[in-house]
Design a protein around this ligand. Structure first.
Ligand SMILES: Cc1ncc(C[n+]2csc(CCOP(=O)(O)OP(=O)(O)O)c2C)c(N)n1
Ligand SMILES: [Mg+2]
Length: 556
């Protein structure tokens, strides 16, 4: 926008998003930000405004967009109630290190601190949930503060920024230039540290890589792959970070997180060099901080964009503060070693992974292990798979080696209600890609109604509802701690196929293994948003245990 042009704050904000390259805004409207909605009306050819049904869904859609692209999407919610509903997406973005902008319409500035209608102090409310919280009270500062918010969301350890927009500020007419994106400052590794890394590797006989974190670029993924394949180092991914590595490669060893293969976890404890790239060494990855001793164990090389994450629990032998993609580039440039004495170890871990893919057989007519093996064959080569939180969520990563162009994403903070909105956000921001959501019967009825947003915006995700008629994860803990005393964890469900049919979508109910593949093909062919209900045997409480087995071991 040229200077000399007066614009409302609402319009300046919409233009600021355009200037920052933001292409998607997910919103549940409120009278607290009418002027921004009007600004978005003016830029509708450049920003797709997605009208959502629930703020938790709305912010999750934006979070999924940010997770997949590495750039923040914008979410808009109204003050008070809207901000409270939307806060779960901020928590996900914080724990998952996802760039995100959440805008909250604020009360008129002159009413501050009267506890006026829906008044909340967002700086205090979001302080422990967000990377940064601000409030814009001067329309002339919108371009500056939005640019700064994007820089914060995307730099160092990425995360969510919450921006409250006071009401009358949005109406004010100002003459202010737009501010475009700046290249994000990237930290580069010290060449001496890379030498030290190579020296530690030269002394290793059982190295193990753990990949995690966010904002990996295509080039970064290719570079880390070239390094790990070139050095034949076994690659694992952190909890729900399957998107970072091609599972079909001969050095992919599986995931370290919740529900991981105990055999892999046992072998990971025997590694004599840990190369953690981009990941936090957080609770899920480290099996409740037990995977390695905090000090005095095998050397840990920790590469992370934020210095304060390194050595937080596990004291590293070598720490490198750098952008993940820069790190990958530098690692790919290391000379290939003449020999890789750990190659037998790498083959052994891969063999474990491949053995784990064979469904062991389970009780009941619907064998989810076999269903997942079939799903692996049925998914488009570049499908995006979104996952919710629950015990069902351990079936896909256990039985599918996701391919290079496929993307498997889920909330590493364990938030139920993520998968359906994430699938819709993914489908809207990646039109033409196949999108499949995996969700439990519990999680589906938290945000499954967002499927209406898919219809409204013309996208057609396929939702697999794993129905075991319970909050299975909690039942699992219950059976371990209080065997046989089922309390508060059983569910009564609707007919999920008819649920989606009421919206005009395609519904399928699958009760036996052989029914799955034809049902999935019909769902794809329908071209409509689809729900495939998988009537899982409740007795098969995890991929590895039945309820009877849990009870037996709890009593034993
Ligand atoms: C928003 C939210 N609420 C509650 C929980 C606690 N919780 C974790 S898993 C789970 C049960 C999930 O049930 P379902 O979606 O049916 O999956 P299942 O475990 O049965 O496979 C619950 C209640 C959570 N993680 N997130
Ligand atoms: Mg369930």
């Amino acid at each position: 926008m040229m200077s000399g042009t007066l614009r409302t704050g609402g319009r300046v904000l919409a233009d600021a998003l355009v200037a920052q390259g933001i292409r998607h805004a997910f919103a549940v409207p409120g009278e607290s930000y009418l002027d921004v909605l009007d600004g978005l009306y003016a830029v509708q050819d450049r920003i797709e405004l997605v009208t959502c049904r629930f703020e938790a869904g709305c912010v999750n859609m934006a979070e999924a967009c940010g997770k997949l692209t590495g750039r923040p999407a914008a979410a808009f919610v109204t003050r008070g109630p809207g901000a409270c509903h939307g806060s779960i997406g901020v928590h996900i973005a914080q724990q998952d290190s996802t760039p995100l902008l959440l805008f909250v319409g604020q009360i008129p500035f002159e009413e501050t601190d009267r506890e006026s209608f829906q008044e909340v102090d967002y700086r205090r409310m979001f302080q422990p949930l967000a990377k940064w919280v601000t409030q814009i009270d001067d329309a002339a500062r919108i371009p500056e503060l939005v640019a700064h918010a994007v820089d914060i969301a995307t730099s160092g350890r990425p995360g969510p920024v919450v921006i409250a927009l006071s009401e009358e500020m949005q109406k004010r007419l100002v003459d202010v230039p737009d501010i475009g994106p700046a290249p994000v400052a990237r930290a580069f590794p010290d060449p001496a540290a890379l030498q030290a890394l190579a020296a530690l590797l030269a002394n290793a006989s059982r190295p193990l890589a753990i990949l995690g974190g966010s904002r990996w670029s295509e080039q970064g993924r290719a570079d880390i792959r070239a390094f790990l394949v070139g050095h034949d180092i076994p690659a694992t991914v952190a909890f729900r970070r399957q998107s970072l590595y091609d599972g079909t490669l001969a050095n992919y060893a599986g995931d370290l997180g919740v529900g991981s293969d105990p055999a892999l976890v046992a072998r990971a404890r025997e590694a004599d060099l840990i190369l953690a790239v981009g990941t936090r060494l957080g609770e899920a990855v480290t099996q409740g901080y037990t995977l390695y001793p905090a000090t005095g164990g095998a050397p840990i090389i920790h590469i992370h964009p934020e210095a304060s994450e390194i050595g937080r629990v596990f004291r590293p032998a070598l720490s490198i503060v750098t952008d993940v993609n820069v790190a990958a580039h530098a690692l790919a440039a290391l000379p290939k070693p003449a020999e890789t004495p750990w190659s037998d170890w790498t083959r052994e871990l891969r063999a474990l992974r491949m053995a784990g893919l064979i469904p062991p057989g389970q009780t009941g007519p619907l064998d989810l292990g076999h269903v997942m093996r079939e799903l692996a064959e049925l998914l488009a080569p570049d499908a995006i798979i979104t996952c919710d939180a629950g015990n069902f969520a351990t079936w896909p990563p256990r039985f599918i080696n996701f391919r290079n162009a496929q993307r498997f994403i889920g909330p590493t903070n364990g938030a139920m209600g993520y998968a359906v909105p994430a699938a819709i956000g993914a489908a809207i921001s990646h039109r033409g890609r196949q999108v499949v959501a995996c969700v439990g019967d519990g999680g589906f009825l938290m945000t499954g109604q967002e499927i209406a947003t898919a219809f409204h915006h013309g996208v057609a995700p396929i939702v697999l509802v794993f129905n075991n008629a319970m909050y299975g994860t909690i039942r699992m803990y219950q059976e371990r701690a209080y065997p046989g005393r089922v309390s508060g964890t059983t569910l009564t469900n609707p007919d999920f196929a008819r649920f989606i049919e009421a919206f005009g979508g395609h519904g399928e109910t699958v009760s036996a293994t052989a029914e799955f593949a034809p049902a999935f093909r019909r769902a794809v062919a329908s071209g409509k948003p689809a729900v495939i209900e998988l009537r899982a045997d409740p007795e098969q409480i995890t991929t590895r245990a039945t309820i009877a087995q849990l009870r037996a071991s709890a009593k034993g």
